[in-house]
Design a protein around this ligand. Structure first.
Ligand SMILES: NC(=O)c1ccc[n+]([C@@H]2O[C@H](COP(=O)([O-])OP(=O)(O)OC[C@H]3O[C@@H](n4cnc5c(N)ncnc54)[C@H](O)[C@@H]3O)[C@@H](O)[C@H]2O)c1
Ligand SMILES: O=C(O)CCC(=O)CC(=O)O
Length: 368
């Protein structure tokens, strides 16, 4: 494979602590390192019990628990969270939970500049990125700002033991999607390629073990390690067609985040494959499969994940509007983004059959 000899790579300051039990044993120390004395703990309503355990460990340095995180960070939720931070006189936040809790912590950081500590409980990878997302009037906006990148990330595999198998699988594929798109991103680099390959290999190995035994702490550790790597890939590169499609389906059509990633990924990869041979070569090695889109489709489906957008509740009549919306904004992708091309991808994802190599579409002249 040709060496990529033209790239730039930026290292952002983030401290990572990885240890079973670290949510309780390491978070207070991370806060102290950052000189924080008045922390607001942010979580979702279903993650409140775990978040309270972390809050208790923080003792007097915790000034409150805000449990209103929801998927895609509606802008009014961000407004309320910022008001809570100001009312409490907080000097920083600790987000405990999945991508939604971390997303709300990032929204606070974006508005206030306050430092964030992340204690992730899913495989979203958000903790390793400077990417924020906010949803307003049915549209999800995303952006990058170093201020939202958590300053410290506390990985505690024990926190993920309670993650139900369906979310384990779909969240794991959300992480895989970060690595897949990083492999063909215009700003990828050799280091990103190494992280993506290792992340895909580790996650693809861990997910079947977790479906068989969700309490396997070693497999939980491996999956969280993979999420770290895949999140780092997302943090260092520009997102392509896959992420854009998922943001439209989540932000405008209300589809669940990780499940949508799981359904869509094989079809976008099949579509982009002819224009991304190097990425495909890495994925073949990492997955040990000749046909990576098909292998991803089989992996998720064999572990019980949903296979079609129809199953996720997308109305058939929304396929074309969603595709046209996703195609309507310019963004980086190895293959030219056209309304016909995206409609072909979404039609296939709506139906949920095996992804066809190259996923050719009407009026499309890319060699398959
Ligand atoms: N900015 C980024 O870099 C980035 C990256 C990936 C995802 N995201 C965002 O993250 C959000 C999705 O995050 P998510 O997929 O982690 O879902 P989530 O945070 O919404 O969690 C999903 C559900 O699982 C529950 N849960 C979380 N951890 C659990 C655990 N260990 N045990 C039992 N239940 C648990 C939550 O309470 C929630 O009900 C979306 O808004 C997405 O846009 C952002
Ligand atoms: O924080 C967000 O909502 C935007 C980034 C994101 O969601 C990455 C993903 O699609 O997994």
């Amino acid at each position: 494979m040709t060496f990529q000899s033209d790239f730039s790579y930026e290292t952002r300051p983030v401290r990572v602590v990885f240890r079973p039990g670290a949510a309780v044993t390491a978070t207070p120390g991370e806060a102290a390192r950052l000189g924080l004395r008045r922390l607001l703990v942010v979580c979702g309503s279903r993650g409140e019990t775990v978040a309270r355990t972390v809050a208790d460990a923080l003792g007097d340095t915790c000034v409150g628990v805000h449990d209103e995180a929801r998927m895609h960070v509606p802008v009014e939720d961000a407004d309320r969270a910022v008001a809570a931070v100001r009312a409490a006189g907080a000097d920083g936040c600790v987000a405990v939970g999945g991508g939604s809790a971390i997303g709300l912590g990032k929204a606070i950081a974006l508005r206030t500049g306050l430092p964030l500590i992340a204690v992730p409980s899913t495989y979203s990878g958000s903790e390793m990125t400077p990417v924020w997302g906010l949803t307003e009037r049915g549209a999800k906006r995303t952006g990058r700002d170093p201020v939202v990148q958590p300053r410290s990330v506390v990985y505690d595999p024990r926190l993920t033991l309670s993650l139900p198998v369906p979310l384990t699988v779909t969240s794991g594929v959300n992480a895989l999607a970060h690595a897949v798109e990083a492999l063909y991103a215009p700003d990828r680099s050799p280091l990103v390629t190494v992280m993506a390959e290792e992340g895909v290999r580790a996650m693809a190995e861990a997910l079947p073990r977790l479906a068989a035994d969700p309490k396997d702490l070693d497999a939980r550790s491996r999956a969280l390690y993979a999420a770290w790597l895949c999140g780092s890939c997302l943090g260092s590169t520009t997102m392509g067609l896959h992420h854009k499609v998922c943001h439209v389906l989540g932000g405008t059509f209300g589809l669940p985040h990780a499940e949508t990633h799981t359904v869509v990924l094989p079809y976008v990869l099949a579509h982009n494959a002819p224009a991304a041979p190097q990425a495909l070569a890495v994925l073949r090695r990492a997955l040990g499969a000749d046909d990576p889109p098909r292998a991803l489709w089989e992996l998720a489906g064999s572990l019980g994940a949903p296979r079609s957008l129809a199953e996720l509740g997308l109305a058939e009549g929304d396929v074309t509007p969603a595709a046209d919306r996703a195609a309507g904004e310019p963004y980086a992708n190895p293959r030219e983004v056209t309304p016909q091309g995206v409609r072909g991808v979404l039609r296939a994802a709506y139906e949920g059959g095996p992804p066809e190599p190259g996923l050719r579409t009407e009026g499309d002249h890319t060699p398959a």
